[in-house]
Design a protein around this ligand. Structure first.
Ligand SMILES: Cc1cc2nc3c(=O)[nH]c(=O)nc-3n(C[C@H](O)[C@H](O)[C@H](O)COP(=O)(O)O)c2cc1C
Length: 328
């Protein structure tokens, strides 16, 4: 049994990773439908939240069907992180997740995200203050460390557990790796070997299919699996992973018809939530993956990526149906 606060999971819970501009409410609902056990919001800047920036407040909204859900915040000041956590808690998520892993210079340069991995005492201090500021569980998402010579993750998780953090998800890269190279789960496995650690440890990084989810579970004994890019245009990865992990059963990949149907549903949800303009822009991040297996698709893909009208996009979906489904 894996437990985060009052949340309990049988088997290995599967998490949809927080992804800016990708894991919004529409995509979270789609992933939920296909077996994600837990979803986490896109990161919200604590400074923007305390200044009532509307665009950031929008990121905190979710549908009850998405539960269990965590709202993720980032920042570098204890006072604003605590205030942001309280603001987020007012939206009644199941937990607050602190981002100590974002590698982007704009964020790390100010000491937020993975930037704080260069100052572990401050990271632990701010995290403790956030834990004490809210009544709901607080979790942390982070990386192995700052760079090749500085990977404090094993001891850091002990410290985080000691101050009341209820779960950690760890991306198996250092900050300096950004998204390059391969995620390395060795240190994550070491955390799981540490008898002091009782909080769930969620493994993340390059889990792009059910086989990899199984490999990470079996070799590193993680309590949960977090999937980011592997779920883009491929929410089926959750059910496929669950079926392999829990029943040792291989799931057939989705048909083109299923891919199109889910893409259309995702599109309509996106428009409903964000309006025409932003809904259409957001969907551009997903088309390539939804239709990745289609041959001679380039021309249609370009149309999908350049069209600015709902009717045009819906007509392109029909074209895909005519070209790749009706005739097969
Ligand atoms: C487009 C994109 C946006 C991301 N935004 C966030 C974010 O807001 N918060 C966060 O903690 N991580 C963010 N990440 C990192 C992912 O959550 C995840 O840790 C990383 O992509 C590795 O997992 P993966 O190989 O399964 O994608 C983002 C990653 C991508 C690709």
């Amino acid at each position: 049994m894996v437990q985060i606060g009052n949340l309990q999971f049988n088997g290995t819970p599967l998490f949809l990773a927080p992804m800016e501009d990708v894991s919004d409410s529409a995509f979270r609902l789609i992933c939920k439908e296909f077996g994600a056990d837990v979803v986490i919001s896109e990161f919200a800047s604590s400074e923007a939240l305390i200044r009532d920036v509307k665009q950031t407040q929008e990121k905190l909204k979710f549908d009850d069907k998405e539960r269990p859900l965590g709202i993720q915040i980032f920042g570098n000041q204890a006072a604003s992180m605590c205030e942001a956590a309280r603001i987020a808690a007012d939206y009644h998520p199941d937990f607050i997740d602190i981002n100590w892993g974002c590698p982007v210079k704009k964020v790390t340069g100010k000491g937020a995200g993975a930037g704080m991995l260069q100052n572990i005492p401050l990271l632990v201090d701010i995290t403790k203050q956030v834990v004490d500021a809210v009544k709901i569980p607080v979790t942390v998402k982070t990386r192995l460390g700052w760079d090749e010579t500085n990977k404090p993750i094993v001891h850091l998780v002990e410290q985080l557990q000691d101050i009341g953090v209820q779960a950690v998800s760890i991306h198996g890269r250092s900050r300096s790796m950004m998204y390059k190279g391969e995620a390395d789960f060795t240190l994550i496995g070491k955390i799981k070997e540490n008898p002091r650690i009782s909080i769930p440890v969620i493994g993340n990084g390059d889990i792009v299919n059910a086989d990899k989810a199984m490999y990470v579970k079996q070799h590193y004994r993680v309590d949960g699996i977090m999937i980011g890019r592997g779920a883009i245009g491929n929410p089926w990865i959750f059910n496929a992973s669950k079926s392999l992990l829990d029943k040792n059963k291989i799931t057939p990949p989705p048909t083109v018809q299923e891919r199109l149907a889910v893409c259309k549903k995702h599109f309509e949800l996106s428009i409903q939530n964000k309006g025409e303009h932003y809904g259409m822009l957001t969907m551009r991040k997903h088309y390539k993956s939804y239709f990745r297996e289609l041959i001679n698709f380039k021309e249609i893909r370009i149309k999908l990526l350049t069209s600015n009208s709902l009717d045009e996009i819906r007509a392109i979906f029909q074209e895909i149906e005519g070209k790749y489904i009706t005739q097969t």
